[in-house]
Design a protein around this ligand. Sequence first.
Ligand SMILES: Nc1ncnc2c1ncn2[C@@H]1O[C@H](COP(=O)(O)OP(=O)(O)OP(=O)(O)O)[C@@H](O)[C@H]1O
Length: 271
Amino acid sequence: MIYNGEGGNMTIDNSPVITLRDLRKKFADSYVLNGIDLDVHPGQIIGYIGPNGAGKSTTVKIMLGLVEGYTGEVRIFGASPSDGGVEYKKRIGYVPEVAEMYDTLTAREYLTFIGELYGLSFMEAESKAKRLMEMFGLRGVFNVRIATFSKGMKQKVLIISSLLHNPDILFLDEPLSGLDANSVMVVKEILALLAAQGKTVFYSSHIMDVVEKISDRIILLDGGRIVADGSFEQLKGQSQEGSLEQIFNQLTGFNEHREIAEQFVAIVQEV
Ligand SMILES: Nc1ncnc2c1ncn2[C@@H]1O[C@H](COP(=O)(O)OP(=O)(O)OP(=O)(O)O)[C@@H](O)[C@H]1O
């Protein structure tokens, strides 16, 4: 957001918050990312999808500075992860697919620890964490050890931890994993509200009907390349398929689900 001095109006600065140019990354001898070009603007909810092993997590981890040794250009708020600076990371929130949570801590201890890492004072982090836990129906377990939490409760703590510092970009990897239907509705609304305020959401998931509904831009990665990029309506227009699941099948050249299932079950029955 920038201040327009003369008129006194707030306007959204629409320059890209994420820029990738010819991004390539190889593990051992094979390229996992084969030249990714991308501009992401404030306020977009990007559905980042692709088959298992397509390179989605690798892209996100490069942007977070967690994976090095890539070629090409990566700019997050104009900064490059390879420069080693951490300032840009304060403006990022991340919900990983598999989280290393400190199970021995209580939710209160964990969230105040994460909040302080992001530069909040203990009091700010504690007050905010407590109220956000209440919003998710977790008031009674604020002082309980995370090790005793159900999968969905842990996921809610992770979502809160990614948002405590009010980030401008949110990277989410299967964020709804384990959440009940009511909580899913709440989180979908939260994402829409954040995007409406100019926050950018980079949403990676295999749940196609959710991606279809919440994303205003869908990026399909296959074999380390972007094979589709547009709104759901645009993708539908290009592929003449109905649902995002069908578009996904078509664009990744997959139509063997029945045969694979039959062969799988035949092997299971070999006794
Ligand atoms: N640290 C690593 N060392 C070696 N290979 C890796 C490493 N990390 C990822 N890979 C490989 O890179 C490829 C892409 O992995 P990545 O996790 O980015 O895929 P993904 O699209 O997120 O998949 P999924 O949908 O299954 O989560 C895979 O073949 C994986 O084995």
